[in-house]
Design a protein. Sequence first.
Length: 87
Amino acid sequence: MKAAMLENWGQLIVKEIPKPELQNGEALIKVLYAGVCGSDVTVYDGKHPTATVPVVVGHEIIGIVEEICSDKPVDFKINDRVKLSYS
């Protein structure tokens, strides 16, 4: 899968990364759009107080549920469109 990876401060590349192995309670989202906000710019510039590199950037995401790993019922299903925002 492709990801926007900040390899070092000010060095952003798009690269192939391994597909994550889902743990119970997680879902894999195929990202259609990812927003860039002020905190992403702060991370890119190396000025965020807790950020480390390398890191996949972007945390405001619109996508489609591709996989679900849960031993409990969930409120969404494969192919549902989702909007996520996390820090």
